[in-house]
Design a protein around this ligand. Structure first.
Ligand SMILES: *Cc1c(COP(=O)(O)O)cnc(C)c1O
Length: 397
């Protein structure tokens, strides 16, 4: 049986062969522990980690000492948010974030709230963008951190990082951004954007799963961080645990490939997205979720009026691998909090499709995905109208 077309690149991406090739020696002969200082096995591993750290730092205009390797962006977010909350406890207990964050930000925030911290969850506009005036208003003397997602994992919307950074800096509040979806896809510059902490992950950019990093600013200002993992004092004592050279090398390789090919790849992927949208928007009752242009090239998120959300995903399943909302929340039977924040009804939030187009997708795949989506939507609507249910309820929209 033919496997479905993979169009779920926001949940993960296939490993690039070039990344795998760079990783393999570190599983085999160069298996040393980078913390072993007394022999060549350790030195080889340490030198590979050093090069990788330099290249990831350069990709975001940071210095190598500012990169802390973690197991994931989830861990990086936890370290950033809980680590700042704990370290700046005396200054204040107020944190500002967005309603459309990934759960890896929302959940540590909710945890802090349970400990007595004060959280503000800013709404977004109907296109998914933050209103900067709302941010200005939310910042208080006891605010210690603003956490704002760089590129949304459901709707691909790109927040204005430089503008947010400028507001945070002028109010002397630290700025963290979850850039799990952004690294390698949009320019990221921690200096120009005045970012103090940034979470990264490899597996959304054709690298391996199980490796991420937190950028932590070392000067102007020097960010204080309380470690969340105590142990052997790795990563300047901020994140203990033996480093994992194959994953770290793969992460750096994935980022450098993405940066080298970024403009060309984005143009190609954008063209595929437009091709998909052109076909899908020929149907009635299809709504685009998120800003039309200020979004990741590979993201298309639509709501479909007049169909049942679960039936829609089931109907698509045999031919295309997509998801409704984020993979991390699709096990919960609640409508996407991101689509709800845009003001979508429950029905439209359920009946949504997130297409994540990536490096290895082709025009033929896009055409097949479009045709199958249209056929599925048509037949679900026909079935509903035979049951006497109106196929497109204008109230829904
Ligand atoms: C995937 C993702 C995460 C989680 O990253 P992991 O490395 O899988 O833990 C966090 N934030 C965003 C925006 C994501 O897309």
């Amino acid at each position: 049986m033919q496997r479905p077309i993979y169009l779920d690149c926001h949940s993960t991406t296939p490993l690039d062969e070039r990344v795998l090739a760079a990783m393999l020696p570190y599983f085999r002969e160069q298996f040393g522990n980078p913390a072993s200082t007394s022999h060549i096995y350790g030195w080889e591993a340490e030198s590979a980690v050093k090069l990788a750290r330099e290249s990831i730092a350069a990709a975001i205009h940071a210095i190598p000492e500012e990169i802390i390797f973690t197991s994931s962006a989830t861990e990086a977010n936890n370290l950033a948010i809980k680590g700042v909350a704990e370290a700046y406890f005396e200054k204040g207990k107020h944190i500002v974030t967005l309603q459309t964050e990934h759960n890896a930000v929302l959940d540590p925030c909710a945890y802090l709230q349970s400990l007595g911290f004060d959280l503000t969850y800013l709404p977004v506009q109907s296109d998914g963008l933050l209103d900067l005036a709302e941010l200005e208003k939310a910042i208080r003397p006891d605010t210690v951190l603003v956490s704002a997602i760089a590129a949304n994992n459901e709707i691909g919307v790109l927040q204005p990082l430089a503008e947010i950074g400028a507001i945070c800096r002028s109010n002397q509040v630290l700025f963290h951004t979850d850039a799990a979806q952004a690294i390698g896809k949009i320019p990221l510059n921690v200096e120009a954007m005045q970012i103090d902490l940034m979470s990264l992950t490899a597996h959304k950019v054709y690298g391996p799963k199980g490796i991420g990093a937190l950028y932590v600013r070392r000067r102007n200002p020097r960010v204080q961080l309380a470690p969340q993992m105590h142990g052997g004092g790795h990563e300047r004592g901020i994140r203990s645990g033996t480093l994992y050279p194959p994953q770290i090398v793969g992460f750096a390789q994935a980022v450098s490939i993405a940066l080298a090919d970024r403009l060309e790849e984005n143009a190609r992927i954008l063209q595929l997205r437009q091709r998909l949208w052109q076909q899908l928007s020929s149907l009635d009752g299809i709504m685009l979720n998120g800003h039309e242009h200020q979004r990741l090239a590979g993201n298309l998120n639509i709501s479909v009026a007049g169909v049942d959300g679960q039936a829609l995903i089931l109907g698509l399943q045999p031919v295309i691998a997509v998801s409704s909302g984020s993979a991390c929340t699709s096990s919960k039977n609640t409508p996407s909090h991101v689509l709800k924040a845009l003001g979508r009804s429950n029905d439209l939030a359920y009946a949504s499709i997130r297409f994540g187009i990536g490096r290895f997708n082709t025009e033929a795949e896009i055409d097949r995905a479009a045709k199958h989506s249209i056929d599925t939507i048509d037949s679900l609507r026909q079935a509903r109208s035979q049951l006497g249910l109106s196929s497109i309820d204008s109230k829904q929209i």
